[in-house]
Design a protein. Structure first.
Length: 454
């Protein structure tokens, strides 16, 4: 399966100021596969070490001299290693976290060697490390599950994807193209973007096989809970893992995870799962300007799961149970729709940047309101409302636009694209005018380009 992030790796390998790269992402998002494929594409000799399975290799890295380390690796692998033609791949580096500090010596003394390190639980190491991190001497790359665009690529729908990338708001999408894209979107909601599930779906088209894979993936994440034991009780982690899909599209309430547990213990469990990239915080922002993170209200947040397919599995959804996409995204009070959109918004961030999505919430007697997502587009703040189906009221959006006086808003739904001028009196009695861009879910990857067009 093709991954968009391979282009970032190709830019990295050609950079004259290249540094060792640390790839961050949850288990099973395809980090190892991507590195192997990249080595193949670039015709590099791959020298791969998995420290979970090959702990004896740790002793080969006791020196701070990269040349000596390569000499020892050559002896162990029985091959001569040319640093100009080799990709050194250090997998599951969290097993040997002290090696992260040694990456500075590779950056300084052997920059010609391409070096990539990956780890599934790196956040714990980076938060708790007692050694000196090589600040400024490593590069980070973040990897998420397959986006919808990558899902299309996996199905070899390259012309369809090229059509989306060339789409202009001046054009009308033919109904037959729209229907085809929405059918793929329906499959994506059930299958999700974790590579094992996508691969199985393409090869077998078996819903039972997908269900088995999702169940197995969730079990893999649970198997890691023992590694968090010193931080929080395992049962808290299990409760949050179950609760996040159930609480999609609304403020996360600690008591809904476990009424008998303290809020602090549940929040700690959520934070740990967030560090493991199994779930994510959607933080509440005042949305008065950029950066959005400058005005976060830590009292409020929503939860986002790692993958929409795993959410569907947790909620008991199946492709053959529901006739249409509108029925699917209405499930759980629109939670699946918000999961889908939030997951795609995370992919819009550059590979080197930690993804962080926000929402807006107003708690005021008689005029509560919420905007599903807030997007930063260049220097603009863009509110996004997610509406199941082609209809849905925009009361909160009218209120927000009246308060903030921004010129553009976005509605994500399952209809064909449209652009219109809104002129209404909102719930506060204020006349509000703004431009509303309505986009189907399959155009989320093109939002920044379409906003530029506006």
């Amino acid at each position: 399966m093709k991954r968009d992030r391979i282009a970032y790796l190709q830019d990295w390998i050609k950079s004259p100021t290249r540094k060792p790269l640390v790839m961050r992402g949850a288990r099973q998002v395809g980090k190892t596969w991507l590195v192997r494929k990249f080595a193949e594409v670039e015709n590099l000799e791959l020298l791969e070490i998995n420290f979970e399975n090959q702990r004896d290799f740790i002793s080969l890295f006791s020196s701070n001299d990269p040349a000596e380390i390569l000499l020892l690796l050559g002896a162990r692998f029985n091959k001569s290693i040319d640093p100009n033609k080799t990709l050194l791949f250090l997998d599951e580096i969290q097993t040997f976290p002290e090696l992260l500090a040694k990456l500075r010596w590779f950056a300084e003394d052997m920059p010609e060697l391409a070096l990539i390190a990956t780890g599934s639980l790196l956040e714990f190491v980076l938060n708790d490390h007692t050694f000196s991190m090589p600040v400024g001497r490593i590069t980070y790359m973040h990897l998420e599950p397959l986006s919808f665009d990558e899902f299309l690529m996996a199905h070899e729908q390259i012309p369809l994807l090229e059509y989306l990338k060339a789409y202009s708001l001046r054009k009308i999408i033919p109904q037959t193209i729209h229907d085809k894209l929405m059918q793929f979107m329906k499959e994506y909601i059930i299958v999700g973007g974790l590579p094992a599930a996508v691969s199985a779906w393409i090869s077998s088209r078996s819903l039972s096989a997908i269900h088995q894979i999702h169940t197995s993936l969730l079990a893999t994440y649970r198997d890691d809970f023992a590694k968090y034991r010193q931080h929080t009780p395992i049962e808290r982690l299990e409760e949050v893992l179950i609760s996040v899909p159930r609480q999609l599209a609304k403020r996360f309430i600690y008591k809904n995870a476990n009424p008998a547990a303290s809020s602090e213990s549940v929040k700690k469990a959520f934070t740990l799962l967030s560090q493991a990239r199994i779930c994510h915080f959607i933080k509440s922002t005042a949305a008065n300007g950029i950066p959005l993170g400058a005005e976060v209200n830590d009292k409020f947040f929503k939860g986002l799961f790692i993958d929409v397919g795993l959410c569907s599995n947790a909620l008991g959804l199946a492709l053959d149970q529901l006739a249409g996409l509108d029925e699917l995204i209405l499930v759980n009070n629109g939670g699946i729709a918000e999961q889908l959109v939030g997951q795609q918004l995370r992919v819009l961030f550059p590979a080197y940047q930690e993804p962080q999505v926000y929402y807006w919430q107003r708690e005021k007697k008689g005029s509560d309101a919420e905007i599903d997502y807030i997007l930063q587009h260049k220097s603009q703040v863009i509110p996004i409302e997610v509406k199941a189906g082609t209809a849905g009221g925009l009361k909160s959006l009218h209120l927000f636009m009246g308060i903030k006086e921004y010129p553009i808003a976005i509605r994500i739904n399952s209809d064909t694209p449209s652009l219109g001028k809104i002129d209404v009196v909102n719930s506060l009695g204020v006349r509000v005018t703004y431009t509303l861009l309505s986009c189907p879910m399959y155009l989320i990857s093109q939002l920044h380009r379409l906003l530029n067009e506006l």
